[in-house]
Design a protein around this ligand. Structure first.
Ligand SMILES: C[S@@+](CC[C@H](N)C(=O)[O-])C[C@H]1O[C@@H](n2cnc3c(N)ncnc32)[C@H](O)[C@@H]1O
Length: 178
């Protein structure tokens, strides 16, 4: 009995340590949106005129999986530094049989070149969006669409805004260079 208790305690401690480690690095907690909320968000987006969707901080991958279900021509990739969220995403991809369309990488998204993306989806934190602004300006192609759930990018292009039950979805389209 004591061994089972110690084993459970060990698993909980590993979980807590890994989560704390990724939180220190990213300063963004892993929050999993419900499928209902994700579907509500996806209903507001037209992914039909692009090919590559990236989720920066993809958590358990559900957003990408739901997006490719609705848009079979879409390719999707997610980047995640929380090990538990990353493992859950890999399991969700296997269970949903979407591995030909969705790839998840255990990687810091600041080290990823975004130039091929048609769509960027983020559900992060105000400070994280602020840090991404320069990267978006430098790397994204004209016409690329950034979709940020809950947190706008301050002092930038004026976004289109859609209300999603308890939060907003912000749309930013990269304009033609002047
Ligand atoms: C609020 S969750 C969003 C999960 C998912 N995108 C969704 O909408 O359900 C934000 C995730 O971003 C991840 N994250 C934050 N900064 C990151 C970085 N620089 N590289 C990779 N992942 C990061 C966190 O670990 C966290 O799991």
């Amino acid at each position: 009995m004591i061994y089972i208790f110690l084993f459970i305690l060990f698993i909980i401690s590993v979980f807590a340590a890994v989560s704390l480690f990724s939180l220190i690095i990213t300063q963004v907690p892993f929050v999993s949106l419900s499928r209902k909320k994700i579907r509500e968000i996806i209903k507001k987006i037209d992914f039909s005129n692009g090919r590559l969707l990236l989720d920066l901080g993809c958590g358990d991958g559900k957003f990408l999986i739901e997006a490719v279900k609705k848009y079979p021509n879409l390719q999707a990739a997610g980047f995640e530094l929380n090990l538990w969220a990353y493992l859950r995403a890999q399991i969700n991809i296997i269970l949903s049989k979407s591995s030909s369309q969705v790839k998840i990488y255990y990687k810091n998204f600041h080290q990823v070149n975004l130039s091929q993306a048609d769509f960027i989806y983020c559900y992060l934190w105000p400070g994280a969006m602020e840090k991404l602004k320069a990267k978006f300006q430098k790397e994204l192609k004209t016409g690329a669409l950034i979709l940020s759930y809950a947190f706008p990018i301050k002092n930038w292009i004026k976004p289109k805004t859609e209300r999603i039950s308890k939060g907003n979805l912000y749309f930013y389209q990269i304009p033609q260079a002047a």
